[in-house]
Design a protein around this ligand. Structure first.
Ligand code: FAD
Ligand code: SIN
Length: 525
């Protein structure tokens, strides 16, 4: 009999969203099981966040913040969610990050310093050098690990959500309302698949940048949550809106290392390889135009000139000490032989943030009963068609907090966990051949980058769909007979996430924000 763990709340993922939810739920007396596939809690996107977290600057207001969010988002934002993030978000930053966790945001003479990034009308970003995510995550990790109501499971990969309608042995359950009851989870250390049951389950599994060839995201961001949610029948929306960050470091050993938008916020200019500025041709705001505009401008310039990168010149414009304002970027570039105090930085756009996801209301509740989604996996509608810089940490924090409050306010019926059987393994398990996994990933990443990337066409998307559908069939067959491990779980989820993006992009013929469909020469979309 496989192990079963029962708690009030199951949180899958330990970035800012999952860790905040876990802590806040535990503070209200709920028993929480929190799991991450990483060996450490901080193996996630949150840890790598550079620019900072949005709050309210001087002469600022929730209304001004909301206006900037909606402008960047192309006007299709969920207005209710925008109101929540701009009114509630800064209060939670104050109460939790500043007062409780004591995150050491930069300050001078007792006043916070505020950073600036593209498309913000005010300086309003709290930061810790260029390693804000690391500073927040380390403190969050400590708070979660030491909380008596939280049990942490590292090295545990959720395989699938459990629902009564999919998994119950009781034939009557198929006629009832679908309810999420927890998850089947692989213990990566023992290979066992356990059942985690909970009154409330929260997906906090982050984004899917790694399904693209070039990305700023660390290896774990392969879209597990989108695939699990869609298999369980939760509504997943806006998947065509993938945000490309304009400036990742162009270097063979950089692995998508981000050059923060704050660098442009502090005055750096984009240049072609032979030193000509070009952003003025594309947008009146120049380097500080919304990300989608800057990414496409770089892409167009690179294609027009046959270049594989453009330059970002901070050295000529900085009126401050570069190594102390951007210590992480300075160090990383120096290691790779680039001295950013003297020379421009070679940069290219890269997949950065998943705007769409599991649709949730302003309390993080998905369309599947008892399933919540928080952070990058979710789509609250805050970002509309394009995310305003540094709002995602704030969104993860706000929704993690609110989901926990909602859970604690509920007095739900007990669930029939005893009707859920242990995981069924294939009769003849085949050991996974790593070469097959590597090659399938190469196919997914290249297809997504070339056919469903910064600039899409209907023809490219059609090609992506047929190639990915074929691959999906093969991977699913492979998975059905495999001895399940983290790699095959990731591949199976990666292909499903890629298909979610491509299908959504095909359905939406209107270019807006991060989804751009180019009309081909013959006038075809
Ligand atoms: P994550 O922090 O990515 O955490 C996801 C968690 O889910 C991880 O713990 C992972 O192990 C776990 N997980 C995933 N799948 C499974 C599974 N199957 N089973 C178990 N566990 C699983 N945003 C800002 O607002 N400001 C910034 O300055 C900023 N800078 C950024 C810089 C970089 C380089 C990157 C990549 C992103 C940046 N962002 C920034 C975006 C922001 O960091 C993310 O959107 C945010 O951190 C996501 O938080 P999260 O909690 O939703 O997910
Ligand atoms: C950055 O520092 O450029 C990242 C900010 C973000 O993704 O919001």
């Amino acid at each position: 009999m496989s192990e079963e763990i029962i708690s009030d709340v199951l949180v899958i993922g330990t970035g800012i969203a999952g860790a905040t939810l876990a802590w806040k739920a535990a503070e209200q007396g709920l028993k929480v099981a929190v799991l991450t596939k990483g060996e450490k809690l901080h193996e996630n996107n949150t840890y790598y966040a550079q620019g900072g977290i949005v709050s309210l600057g001087e002469d600022d207001s929730p209304e001004l913040l909301a206006r900037d969010i909606i402008k960047a988002g192309g006007g299709i934002n969920n207005l209710e969610a925008v109101k929540v993030i701009s009114e509630e978000g800064p209060k939670i930053v104050e109460e939790f990050l500043i007062k409780k966790l004591k995150v050491p945001f930069e300050s001078e003479n007792g006043k916070f310093k505020f950073g600036k990034e593209a498309a913000h009308s005010k300086r309003r970003i709290l930061y810790v050098g260029d390693q804000t995510g690391k500073a927040i995550m380390e403190l969050l990790e400590r708070a979660v690990v030491s909380h008596p109501n939280i049990k942490v499971y590292t090295g545990h990969t959720a395989v699938d959500l459990i629902t009564n309608t999919h998994h119950s042995t009781n034939p009557q359950e198929i006629y009832r309302k679908p309810i999420c009851m927890g998850a089947y989870v692989l213990d990566r250390y023992t290979g066992e698949i356990k059942r985690f049951f909970a009154r409330f389950t929260a997906l906090a599994t982050g984004g899917l940048g790694r399904i693209y060839l070039h990305t700023t995201n660390p290896p774990g961001a392969r879209g597990d949550g989108f695939a699990m949610a869609s298999r369980a029948g939760a509504r997943v929306i806006h998947m065509e809106y993938i945000q490309f960050h304009p400036t990742s470091l162009f270097h063979r050993d950089a692995d998508g290392f981000l050059i923060s938008e704050a660098v442009r916020g502090e005055g750096a200019k984009l240049l072609t390889r032979n030193g000509e500025p070009f952003m003025y041709k594309y947008a009146p705001q120049g380097e500080l135009a919304p990300r989608d505009v800057v990414s496409r401008a770089i892409y167009e310039e690179m294609h027009r000139r046959g270049d594989s990168y453009v330059l970002l010149d901070l050295a000529s414009y900085a009126k401050f000490d570069i190594p102390s304002r951007f210590p992480g970027i300075y160090k990383k570039c120096k290691e790779l032989g680039i001295d950013i105090t003297r020379e421009p930085i070679p940069v290219v756009p890269a997949a950065h943030y998943t705007i769409g996801g599991v649709f949730v209301d302003t309390w993080g509740r998905s369309s599947l009963d008892r399933l919540y989604a928080v952070g990058e996996i979710s789509c609250t509608g805050v970002h509309g068609a394009n995310r305003l810089a540094s709002t995602s940490l704030l969104e993860g924090l706000t929704w993690g907090w609110r989901a926990a409050i909602d859970m604690a306010s509920k007095d739900e019926d007990a669930l029939p966990f005893h009707e859920i059987p242990p995981w069924i393994r294939p009769k003849r398990e085949v050991k996974v051949d790593p070469a097959l996994i590597v090659q399938d990933w190469v196919n997914i990443k290249h297809t997504m980058w070339n056919y469903a990337g910064i600039i899409r066409t209907k023809r490219r998307l059609g090609r992506a769909l047929s190639d990915l559908e074929y691959l999906h069939k093969r991977i699913e067959e492979f998975y059905r007979t495999a001895r399940v491990n983290d790699e095959i779980i990731g591949l199976r989820n990666g292909i499903v996430s890629a298909l979610l993006v491509v299908k959504a992009a095909i359905r939406n013929e209107k270019s807006l924000g991060a989804h751009f469909i180019k009309v081909e020469e013959n006038g075809e979309l």
